[in-house]
Design a protein around this ligand. Structure first.
Ligand code: FES
Length: 131
């Protein structure tokens, strides 16, 4: 927090699961890229975004925004968000994940949770750390 304050960075979500996901960061040498205006994010409703390297969802709760990977942890298909069921759904083999990123159903082996993404807010824009 001290470093962020020194740099004037408003960093609301430092996604700790990134370091533990398969033991390496999702994006080791990237840049901060603006993907959405904070005002485009409804309260508690995931909004999909895409950069060159990442497909994900942004979820705003009050003044905080969380980023989640949209890549299914079964075999890598891109998840859709169902507003009706309030969950992420995989079009390939039917896996579903809660909006906290945890899997709702099991396969022969338990699915991993969706990795969190590094997200920050700068001048009203949500930025994601990506290549
Ligand atoms: Fe998503 Fe298989 S790739 S359920």
């Amino acid at each position: 927090a001290g470093v962020a304050a020194t740099l004037g960075v408003e960093r609301l979500t430092r996604a700790e699961p990134i370091e533990s996901y398969r033991g390496q960061a999702l994006v080791p040498n990237g840049n901060w890229t603006p993907v959405k205006a904070v005002t485009d994010l409804p309260e508690g409703i995931p909004v999909a975004f895409r950069t060159g390297a990442i497909e994900g969802f942004l979820i705003r709760n009050g003044g905080q925004v969380r980023g989640l990977s949209a890549v299914c942890t079964h075999m890598g298909c891109i998840l859709n968000y169902s507003k009706l069921r309030n969950q992420f759904e995989c079009p390939c083999h039917g896996a579903t994940f809660g909006i906290d990123g945890d899997p709702n159903n099991q396969y022969s082996a338990p699915l991993r949770s969706l990795p969190s993404l590094d997200v920050r807010i700068q001048r009203g824009q949500v930025e994601v750390y990506t290549v």
